[in-house]
Ligand binder design. Structure first.
Ligand code: GDD
Ligand code: MG
Length: 332
């Protein structure tokens, strides 16, 4: 089965982490998010993935030089200009000549969903499109549905104002589409699958939902990106896990690393305390620094304190500096 994976967004909400690295290439559990996603699609029966890219294909091409990720064959569809989610799906599907039932996935979703069960539900339901749904505490940040007892979606509303959500069931960012869905998207025109295509499918009674209780996170904001990493430590995930300290990391034996990940090539010096944090490849944490609930890609000086921060690749916390609840460098 073929799948279109949407990876063309700007990753604005993850700045400064995405200043030099596209969101799907950021590591979750020491592996690019996109590799984990494609691995799961493969386990669910996907054999070919079309990466729908809005800009900068190079990092992806470099990461998968032989055009494969595991056993999955990769294709790249690079939009001449960002076409939004619906336009991107159409563009990528046309580029790959998709003409049968296919899967679509948002590139920033980390979940334990078994994709083959979504495909089975889609085939059994007979709709033009079937969405994976998940219950969340604050649905207003997502696409929210009203689901009928028969599994049909009666309403789809993207990011409704808080308090106006029709339910707590949200679009979890994995879909199964019939090729006919593509006819609802004009060629080469910016079109949102969430704001235009899903409501049009609801009108025709052709959209269904498949709610599950699987582990699920949209890792597209810093706090949830950190969570997605830390959750791979605790045995919380059904089929995935990772070690705390990557084999290529340099952690001084006199440092304390607790509930945290340290990536390949990162340096953590003596006397440092790292708690509930993600230290990404390339980061340097100086001696006796304290890092808590943060994501670090850049440099933290000796004796510095960093709490609830995101330190981008260009970010520097001076020796002895104290930062809390900040992005470094600052994002507007
Ligand atoms: N190729 C391409 N072109 N990809 C795009 C474009 C574009 O113009 N715009 C966005 N994308 C990609 C992003 O890279 C991401 O992988 C995916 O489309 C979804 O975009 P996000 O920016 O992450 O959307 P969101 O998180 O606000 O909301 C979406 O995901 C939620 C679940 O995680 C929506 O689908 C919501 O309905 C959903 O609840
Ligand atoms: Mg997202």
């Amino acid at each position: 089965m073929q799948a279109v994976v949407l990876v063309g967004g700007f990753g604005t909400r993850l700045r400064p982490l995405t200043s030099h690295v596209p969101k799907p290439m950021l590591p979750v559990g020491h592996e690019p998010m996109i590799s984990r996603l494609i691995g799961r699609l493969e386990r669910g029966g996907v054999t070919e993935v079309v990466l729908a890219l809005g800009f900068r294909p190079e990092p992806f091409v470099e990461a998968f030089p032989d055009g494969r990720c595991g056993g999955v064959e990769l294709r790249y569809a690079v939009e001449p200009e960002p076409l939004d989610t619906g336009g991107a799906i159409r563009f990528a599907a046309d580029a790959a000549g998709i003409s049968e039932t296919f899967v679509v996935a948002n590139g920033d979703v980390m979940t334990d969903l078994d994709v083959s069960s979504l495909v089975d539900a889609h085939r059994a339901g007979g709709a033009l499109a079937t969405l994976h749904l998940i219950g969340v505490a604050d649905p207003s940040a997502f696409g929210v549905v009203e689901l009928g007892d028969d599994g049909s979606i009666r309403r789809f509303v993207e990011k409704p104002a808080p308090g106006t959500e029709p339910s707590d069931l949200v679009n979890a960012g994995t879909y199964v589409f019939e090729p006919e869905v593509l006819d609802l998207v004009p060629v080469g025109v910016r079109t949102s699958v969430e704001r235009e295509v899903f409501p049009a499918l609801v009108e025709r009674g052709a959209l269904r939902g498949h709610p599950t209780q699987d582990y699920w996170i949209d890792a597209g904001v810093p706090e949830l990106f950190r969570r997605a990493n830390l959750d791979l430590l605790g045995g919380l995930r059904r089929a995935e896990s990772c070690v705390a300290v990557a084999p290529g990391a340099r952690v001084d034996p006199g440092a304390t690393v607790s509930g945290s990940l340290v990536g390949e090539g990162a340096v953590v010096e003596a006397g440092t305390t790292i708690v509930d944090s993600v230290i990404l490849p390339g980061a340097v944490v100086g001696a006796r620094a304290q890092v808590e609930s943060s994501v670090v890609m850049g440099r933290v000086g000796a004796d510095a304190t960093v709490i609830d921060c995101v330190i981008g690749a260009d970010g520097v916390v001076d020796d002895g500096g104290h930062v809390a609840y900040e992005s470094v460098p600052a994002t507007e």
